[in-house]
Design a protein around this ligand. Structure first.
Ligand code: GLN
Length: 483
């Protein structure tokens, strides 16, 4: 299977025509997962749970519907992996945390329901940094995921399990979540396509909240087509989530072949700082030249407040996390510490034992930023700077730019353990991805080459609700790189 061939049309055609059953397709994916994840020392550890009777039954139901002559759904028989912070009834939902040990959701996330309605088969739940807080999947309570391109390296995070699963060919597509880069950064490190849609494009009902003003569900695929088709399936308003905007979802697949003739591509100079690996900068400039050769106009532009992105993000994200994570008290969900004698002691012991170090660090940072006397100094200031960052994007798109092109990450995948002792270095892995979340705009990462044999991602960013432009530019670039 070539890396540039979309995987989904072939699966859907085969299953729809009865040439290969959904059951066989799911079993093949589960066998690949067992092979890849099996070895506790060197396995990928991409999945936290997979397979079982419910998967078999779901696949059999797809086959049965097709035998009855029903119209096969747009994802008929497609095995999909789902990040383990999205609720599913048949698998545990752990968020990579001990504190949710034993928790089972009584409902499916809306995105999971939509996958099933389209005929997809959810084969398992993927590893992540605890509560999606991290950039390497090393903050999982269940051990790190390894990068399939080099098992001594991280897959990125926090959706590292989903990115690794798609990169290793265990599933053709997967869901992740992106609060500050958690779909795009692991997509870049693993050499796959990752899309973070516009804030409000996809329902978050059943996505365990990290930072509610930033969180979005996103998609992974080996090609732009696959990741776009998956997004097309899950997007759109939802009566169960008032933040899923009542805005119609256009046909993005129809954009893929349009080419970039007449599009204006902006290359923001702030995304090429001196610390950036020059080989990554070179690949981005090469990508810009390819878009120009395909008919786009390329301009240098400026997003002047980019330098404030990391501190702004880490004040807002931790403040919201400290509030969202207050619900894990040992009473409502999962794990409860034993032996505590008062309600307060239960909370304290459960949270001390149940949360990992990074989650505790964020709860403390966020609680501090929100505390009386500091609220305006930290949270208030961060909100004002966030407004400036959002205005940078508005102005650049108002000036006629259709899409921005940047590196997704400042380096290629780093080694396991390399940054765990230094949270600030880890935070810098998101320097190019957090602004899209702060501004609420859609962004996509796609492979644009390799450095030392490791994948490099290029990021495309469009204006709010303009996922179609992203799909169009990404598909054109993908074709040029393949040609
Ligand atoms: N790596 C960033 C963080 O640690 C982003 C995480 C995410 O997008 N969920 O917060």
């Amino acid at each position: 299977m070539s890396a540039r061939e979309p995987s989904l049309p072939a699966i859907v055609a085969d299953v729809g025509a009865g040439r290969r059953s959904a059951v066989e397709t799911a079993r093949a994916s589960l066998a690949a997962i067992r092979d890849a994840d099996g070895d506790p020392e060197a396995g990928l550890n991409a999945f936290l749970s997979a397979g079982g009777d419910a998967v078999e039954a779901a696949a059999a139901a797809v086959d049965e519907a097709i035998r009855r002559g029903e119209e096969p759904g747009p994802l008929a028989g497609v095995p999909v992996a789902v990040k383990d912070n999205l609720c599913t009834v048949e698998f545990p939902t752990t968020c990579g945390s001990r504190i949710l040990e034993g928790y089972r959701s009584p409902f499916d996330a809306t995105v999971v329901r939509r996958l099933r309605a389209a005929g997809a088969v959810v084969v398992g739940k993927t590893n992540l940094d605890e509560f999606a807080m991290g950039s390497s999947t090393e903050n999982s309570a269940f051990g790190p995921t390894r990068n399939p391109h080099d098992r001594t390296r991280v897959p990125g995070g926090s959706s590292g399990g989903s990115a690794a699963a798609v990169a290793a060919g265990l599933v053709p597509v997967a869901l992740g979540s992106d609060t500050g880069g958690s779909v795009r950064q692991p997509a870049a490190f693993c050499g796959v396509v990752g899309i973070k849609p516009t804030y409000g494009r996809v329902s978050r009902y059943g996505l365990v909240a990290f930072a509610s003003s930033l969180d979005q569900v996103g998609t992974f695929g080996r090609t732009v087509y696959d990741a776009t088709l998956l997004l097309q399936t899950i997007a759109g308003p939802d009566p169960l989530d008032s933040t899923a905007a009542p805005i119609p979802v256009p046909d993005w697949l129809a954009e893929l072949d349009r080419g970039v003739e007449g599009l204006v591509v902006g290359v923001p100079r702030e995304f090429f700082p001196p610390e950036l690996d020059p080989r990554i900068a070179r690949l981005c400039h090469d990508a810009a030249e390819r878009l120009a050769a395909a008919g786009a106009e390329v301009r240098e532009v400026s997003l002047p407040h980019t330098g404030y992105a990391i501190p702004t993000y880490y004040v807002i994200a931790t403040a919201e996390a400290s509030s969202n994570l207050a619900r894990y008290d040992g009473v409502r969900y999962g794990f409860r510490a034993s032996g505590a004698e008062s309600a307060l002691a239960v909370y304290e012991a459960t949270r001390s034992l149940g949360f990992g170090a990074e989650v505790k660090r964020r709860i403390m940072l966020g609680t501090y930023a929100l505390s009386a006397g500091y609220y305006d100094q930290y949270y208030g200031t961060a909100q004002r700077v966030r407004g400036l960052i959002a205005r940078d994007f508005r102005e650049v798109f108002a000036s006629g730019v259709d899409v921005l092109l940047t590196p997704t990450t400042p380096s290629v995948a780093f080694r396991l353990g390399e940054k765990v002792e230094d949270p600030y270095q880890m935070y810098l892995a998101d320097i190019f991805t957090v602004t899209a979340n702060l501004a609420g705009v859609p962004a996509l990462s796609l492979p644009i080459g390799t450095v030392d044999g490791l994948p490099v991602g290029g990021q495309l960013i469009a204006d709010r609700w303009q996922e179609g432009v992203l799909a169009r530019a990404a598909a054109a670039l993908e074709r040029s790189l393949a040609g």
